[in-house]
Write a protein that binds this ligand. Structure first.
Ligand code: LIP
Length: 269
């Protein structure tokens, strides 16, 4: 019988993997040049993305060979342990290509389909955010307690836009009416880090549609374990239609505002 490790052990390994992968980014001599595009001409991939995922997959194969893997760059396999790892080798690849120091390695562990541990490591800042289901969220050794209490019209809201031009037009139509209703918007370029920034109180709310599971798996747990409400709209779970999060004092008003502008209706039918 295969026993699933305790979430604390999965957390420890997730942090070790994220930090090790961040070092692979820092020490790579491959440069930041994009070597390919994926879903569109702006959906870039670099040799470092692929090298980091290869490193993560090799570490997992050596240390936890029975686990499944879902990686952004195609590094995936099935498993029989009940544990699945979701890997984003560089979340914020366009920032990485441009040399904007806002990108991260994201590593999350699911047990029977539920994320129980995750780590997000920024190779430039050296910051590693982490969380365990029921065990709180941390930046290094510091406990994260979520965003400040501000009214909606002062809230700094992080968001992002997809790589497809039609989707971006619909996302822009959602963002426009929000501008006079909130304090400001921030488009920083990494869903994983934006969710960790929410947990750390660096932004007051976050929403984005069309994310992939590896974008939000670890950061979403960090935000939830810092006390944030993480959800979709209309009583739906957070997911591809919309991934939204806010602190408890702002969540009701923020989610109602997102519903009023149709934030979860931007995906093409
Ligand atoms: C990115 C996300 C970001 C989103 C970008 C892109 P990638 O992930 O983290 O929030 O707005 O369009 O999806 O592609 O850099 O791994």
């Amino acid at each position: 019988m295969v026993t699933v490790p305790h979430p604390a052990d999965l957390l420890s390994f997730a942090v070790e993997l994220a930090d090790g992968a961040a070092e692979v980014v820092r020490s790579s001599e491959a440069g930041r040049r994009a070597i390919d595009a994926k879903s569109s001409a702006t959906d870039l991939v670099t040799e470092v993305d692929r090298a980091v995922e290869r490193w993560l997959v090799a570490e997992l194969a050596a240390r936890r060979p029975g686990d499944a893997i879902l990686g952004e760059e195609g590094g995936g396999r099935s498993g029989e342990s009940g544990v699945r790892w979701l890997l984003d080798p560089i979340d914020g690849t366009v920032n990485f290509v441009l040399g904007i120091p806002h990108y991260a390695v994201s590593v999350a562990a699911e047990v029977d389909g539920r994320v129980v541990a995750g780590a997000v490591a920024n190779p430039v800042s050296g910051e590693t955010f982490s969380a365990r289901l029921g065990g709180g969220a941390h930046l290094g050794g510091t406990r994260l307690t979520g965003p400040r209490d501000v009214p909606l019209d002062r809230a700094v809201v992080a968001t992002g836009f997809g790589y497809d031009a039609g989707l971006r037009a619909r996302q822009g139509a959602v963002a426009l009416p929000l501008l006079p209703r909130v304090g400001d918007l921030r488009r920083l370029g990494s869903a994983a880090l934006e969710l960790c920034f929410l947990a750390a109180g660096r932004v007051d709310a976050y929403f984005e549609a069309a994310l992939n599971p590896w974008d939000h798996a670890a950061g979403g747990l960090v935000a939830a374990e810092a006390g944030c409400r993480v959800s979709g709209l209309h009583d739906r779970a957070a997911g591809r239609h919309l991934y939204a999060a806010a602190g408890p004092s702002l969540a009701g008003e923020f989610f109602a505002l997102l519903e009023s502008v149709g934030a979860d209706r931007v995906l093409a039918d």
